[in-house]
Design a protein around this ligand. Sequence first.
Ligand SMILES: [Fe+2]
Ligand SMILES: [Fe+2]
Length: 141
Amino acid sequence: MNFKVNFSEPVPKMIDRLKREHAQLLPELSKVEKVCGSDMNQAVKLLRSLKQVILRHAIEEEARVMRVIMEKAKSDSAASIKIMQEHRWVSEFFERRLDKLPKEAPEKAQEEAEKFIRDLRQHFREEEQVVFPLALKTLPV
Ligand SMILES: [Fe+2]
Ligand SMILES: [Fe+2]
C-alpha cells in the first residue's frame, strides 16, 4: 500500500493529530471488541474500514516522528525503535490474517481479534508515553 507522507506538516502538529487519531480509533476498536464474539463478519468489516487509517498513521510515525528521533536523539532511540517495530504485526494482521478470520473456528478468531485490539491499544499508549515525548524533546521550543 502506498501513501504520500506530508513532509510540510510540522512535527508537533503532526503528533497532535496522531494523538487525536489514537483517541478516535479507541472507540472504534471497542465496537469491534463488542461484536467479535457474536458476529465475526461484522467485526472483520469494521476492521477493514479502519485498515487504511491505521496503516497510513503507522507510516507517518515512521517517516516523520521516528526520523527526527533518529536524527536528533539516536542514543535514546532504543525503546522507540522497538515500539515502531510493532507496526510489523499491525500490518501483518491486516494483510494476512484479517480476511481469514471468518473462516477460522469462532473462538479462535475472536481470541485473535481481541488480542490484536488489546495489543494495538497498548501500542498507542507506548507511543504516547515514549515515542512522541522523545520526538518533541528534540525539537526547538
Ligand atoms: Fe504506531
Ligand atoms: Fe500511533
